[in-house]
Each structure stands twice: as structure tokens, then as C-alpha cells.
Design a protein around this ligand. Structure first.
Ligand SMILES: O=c1nc2n(C[C@H](O)[C@H](O)[C@H](O)CO)c3cc(O)ccc3cc-2c(=O)[nH]1
Ligand SMILES: C[C@H]1O[C@@H](n2cnc3c(N)ncnc32)[C@H](O)[C@@H]1O
Ligand code: MET
Ligand code: SF4
Length: 326
């Protein structure tokens, strides 16, 4: 008897690496104005080249322009344009670009099948340490985003970043806060349990989260969160087959977007899909693709997006007729 674990065949577009925050664990950002933004023409060339390869999700992942900056509108417009382009070329966008104003979130809902923002941790102490130069990481701001996403009926991905100086109690508080917001709106499709991993271009000089503690952290999350929230772990950061399987045994059921390059953790390439599939199947786990929106949320999307999603569901079920419930 096989058990199921899913992933999303994905490709990442980065509108800009520039970010006004300086999270000390970040290996992604460059200073404001030090980066040429991705143009729609460049993005179109990349997306055209991806067609027909089974990639469905376009993950739009960005550094942030300050909410009061006069360049903010242009930034949001570029993100919206990239989402529209991805849809026009047949892909399904998922946007994670930091905290948004209510109106900005409303605009992006129309061009995304789901969106995301990590809570990281709710402990205010981190605003004096790893987040001391990262106003976007204020816990109340991030929880407000989850609340708005629920109100706007946006299928949502959030998560915890582990090993950034939080205590076990802080982790429980973070899980509790996510569970409470989900109880109000029922919109959290997945929670990522992300081990902070040391990269080559970060400020923070601290070892990564001790990976051997991950299964127990996952088991705690599984007990703290409602059953209808899926737990996700990144297979490139959980690099040992035994550990990966232990995480599945502890309750993780999703491996997230598997992309040619993990833009957030470029020092940790994703494993090859076939190798991953083989390892997992020898341990009794069957890996299969999913869409970036879970089936129960499809009714929240506008009709144009719903019909795109339906086309993908049909295509996936033709590719793999034995696999139910994509
Ligand atoms: O390749 C990555 N994908 C990341 N993703 C992508 C994610 O795995 C998928 O987009 C979702 O599962 C939707 O299918 C995130 C999405 C979010 O909404 C929030 C945080 C992340 C973080 C990462 C990440 O670090 N690396
Ligand atoms: C997009 C998400 O990636 C996560 N993130 C940022 N930097 C790192 C790192 N060094 N290791 C693991 N995850 C990281 C944060 O949780 C952010 O919200
Ligand atoms: C590399 S992080 C990308 C998303 C956003 N800047 C955040 O931290 O939430
Ligand atoms: S993690 Fe996100 S918010 Fe923090 S510096 Fe990096 S890009 Fe900016």
C-alpha cells in the first residue's frame, strides 16, 4: 500500500531582487535600485520556452519596494503584468511578494490561483535580532495579511521559518495564531515548515536549523493545526532520504514547488524528480503532481481562472489516470 505525497511542478519568476528589508538570513536580496526589474518581454521569452514541459505553477517571488515609495505602484503593476502574462500563456500564478496593502491584495487576487506569505515566527523579540532591519517582518503585519487573505477568499500558503532564534514556545504561538485565523476563514491550504539554511550571501553568521529536529517539529505542527491544512517541506533543504521519509511519517504531505532553481536558497538545488520519485517509492511513498490551488478552493476564483484550472485538472488526469483527487 502506497501513501501519497504531492509536489507542484513550478518555475519561479523574480520581478526584482531589490528589497528595502534586510532579513539577516536572506540570500536573495540586493539593495534598492541596484537591480534591473524583470521586463514583460524577458519574462515572455522564458515562459514561451517552458511550454509543453508539464510545468503548471509560476511562482512570483519578489524583493520589496517600501510601501510609501513612489516606485511602489510601478512595482505592483509589474507583478500584476507578470501574472497576467503567465495566465495568457497557460500557466497558473502563485504570488509571494511580501505584505501588501488591502487594495493591492484585492488586485492580485484577480490574477492568482493562490497567494502566500510566511508568518516566519510571531515572537516580537526577533525584531531586535534577525529582523532588526526588516519592518515587513512585524508579526502583527503578517497576521493581518493572513486575515485579509481570508476575508478576500484567497487560497493561501503560509509557514514557519525554524531556527532563527525562536523558542519552542514561540513556535507553538505561531502555529496557534495560524490555526485561529484559519478557523475564522478556512483559507489556509498549506503551512510550510521551513528550516533556516545557511547560504553564501547572508549577513547572519549562524548554523542552519538542526535538521534532525525537523520530524519532531513537524509532529508538533501536525497536532497544532487543523486537519484540512497540508504540511509542506522543501526537499532541497531536507537533503537526506531517511530524514525526508521521517518528515513524511511525522505528518508532512507536500514537497512544494519543485523548480529548476530555488531562488531563496540558491545554494541548495532541488533533487532530480526521477531520483526523488525512486527514493520515495522504495520507502512506500508515491509522489505525484498537484496544482497550485487545492480543489476545495476552486470556487473562490473568478470564472476565467476557474476555467484555466479546469483545463489543467483535465490534463493532469489524462497524464496519470490512476491518481485520484488532484
Ligand atoms: O522554491 C521555493 N518555493 C517557495 N514557495 C513556493 C511554494 O512551495 C508553492 O508555490 C506553493 O506550494 C503553491 O503551490 C513559497 C510559497 C509561499 O507562498 C511562501 C513561501 C515559499 C517559499 C519558497 C521557497 O523558499 N522556495
Ligand atoms: C520566501 C521565504 O523563504 C524563507 N527564507 C529566507 N531565507 C531563508 C534561508 N536562508 N533558509 C531558509 N528559508 C529562507 C523565508 O521564510 C521567506 O519568507
Ligand atoms: C526571498 S523572500 C520573498 C518574499 C518576501 N520578500 C518575504 O520575505 O516575505
Ligand atoms: S527574506 Fe524577503 S523581505 Fe527579507 S530581505 Fe529577503 S527578500 Fe527581503
Amino acid at each position: 500500500m502506497y501513501r501519497n505525497v504531492k509536489y507542484s511542478p513550478a518555475y519561479t519568476l523574480v520581478p526584482t531582487y531589490e528589497c528595502f528589508n534586510r532579513c539577516e538570513y536572506c540570500n536573495f536580496r540586493v539593495d534598492p535600485s541596484q537591480d534591473a526589474w524583470l521586463t514583460l518581454e524577458q519574462a515572455e521569452a522564458r515562459l514561451q520556452a517552458l511550454r509543453g514541459q508539464g510545468i503548471c505553477e509560476i511562482l512570483i517571488l519578489s524583493g520589496e519596494v517600501h510601501p510609501e515609495s513612489k516606485r511602489r505602484d510601478a512595482w505592483l503593476e509589474r507583478i500584476e503584468g507578470l501574472c497576467e502574462l503567465a495566465i495568457a500563456l497557460g500557466f497558473l500564478p502563485h504570488t509571494n511578494v511580501g505584505p501588501l496593502k488591502y487594495e493591492e491584495m484585492l488586485r492580485l487576487k484577480a490574477v492568482n490561483v493562490s497567494m502566500g506569505l510566511m508568518v516566519e515566527q510571531v515572537s516580537p523579540e526577533l525584531m531586535q535580532t534577525v529582523h532588526r532591519h526588516a519592518p515587513s517582518k512585524r508579526p502583527e503585519l503578517r497576521l493581518q495579511q493572513l486575515e485579509w487573505a481570508g476575508e478576500l477568499q484567497i487560497p493561501f500558503t503560509t509557514g514557519l521559518l525554524l531556527g532563527i532564534g525562536e523558542t519552542e514556545g514561540d513556535r507553538r504561538d505561531t502555529l496557534e495564531a495560524i490555526a485561529q485565523i484559519h478557523q475564522r476563514w478556512g483559507h489556509i491550504q498549506e503551512v510550510i515548515i521551513q528550516p533556516y539554511s545557511l547560504g553564501n550571501s547572508q549577513i547572519l553568521n549562524a548554523p542552519g536549523f538542526p535538521l534532525e529536529q525537523l520530524p519532531s517539529a513537524i509532529a508538533i505542527a501536525r497536532r497544532a493545526l487543523p486537519d484540512d491544512i497540508t504540511l509542506q517541506i522543501p526537499p532541497n533543504l531536507v537533503r537526506y532520504p531517511d530524514l525526508l521519509v521521517a518528515c513524511l511519517e511525522a505528518g508532512a504531505r507536500d514537497l512544494g514547488g519543485i523548480c529548476p532553481r530555488d531562488e531563496v536558497n540558491p545554494d541548495y538545488p532541488h533533487p532530480h524528480l526521477q531520483a526523488l520519485q525512486e527514493v520515495l517509492s522504495t520507502c512506500g511513498w508515491y509522489l505525484y503532481p498537484r496544482l497550485p490551488v487545492y480543489p476545495q478552493y476552486e470556487g473562490w476564483l473568478n470564472p476565467a481562472l476557474q476555467s484555466r484550472v479546469q483545463q489543467w485538472r483535465n490534463a493532469l488526469s489524462l497524464l496519470s489516470p490512476v491518481q485520484p483527487n488532484l
